[in-house]
Design a protein around this ligand. Structure first.
Ligand SMILES: [Fe+2]
Ligand SMILES: [Fe+2]
Length: 180
């Protein structure tokens, strides 16, 4: 697994959770099951761990290559999503069902739309651009940084679910690399 694939795998988990989150919102005005909502939202909240890996590792590569504009846009989207999550977290923690219902229709829908769009841009544009800049000798360092920050977002056993990329059996593009 390459560094970008470890991140893309987290995207897959997130998109799955967003679908579950959307299904809860689509059932409104039927009262949502609060425990279920908390469980789904907690995983979406954990995307912060994913954003940290992007900002500290992948985006740094792009910034060092002068692609500050794209990185700044993506970082702003991270902040916007975090703000929406903070608002949602507060009302979900409070447990007042009518407030939760209205916030799900606004911040909840906004968050789903924003995260899907953001993930698509990263998968299609940002990650391929970052991968072009990664040399095989960088892999150990990236792997170390990723491991230090941690992995999300598959649920309770998350951290063990993302297959870590093999630093000595990888490929850059079509080219096998060996960094023993
Ligand atoms: Fe991101
Ligand atoms: Fe991402």
């Amino acid at each position: 697994m390459q560094p970008n694939e470890a991140l893309a795998k987290e995207h897959e988990f997130m998109l799955g959770k967003l679908n579950e989150f959307e299904a809860i919102i689509n059932q409104l005005p039927k009262e949502p099951d609060l425990n279920r909502l908390k469980e789904v939202f907690r995983v979406i909240w954990d995307a912060e761990i994913h954003h940290e890996k992007e900002e500290k590792v992948f985006f740094k590569l792009l910034e060092n290559d002068g692609k500050n504009l794209s990185v700044n846009i993506m970082k702003k989207e991270h902040r916007d999503m975090k703000k929406a999550k903070e608002v949602l977290k507060e009302v979900i923690d409070d447990g007042e069902i009518e407030t939760i219902k209205s916030l799900l229709l606004f911040e909840g829908k906004f968050l789903i739309h924003k995260m899907r769009d953001h993930i698509m841009k990263e998968d299609e544009i940002l990650y391929p651009a970052a991968m072009d800049l990664i040399q095989s000798e960088d892999w150990f360092k990236i792997r170390e940084q990723f491991d230090k920050i941690g992995y999300c977002c598959s649920g309770d056993v998350t951290k063990n679910k993302i297959p870590k990329f093999e630093v000595n059996k990888g490929y850059i593009g079509d080219k096998p690399i060996d960094i023993n």
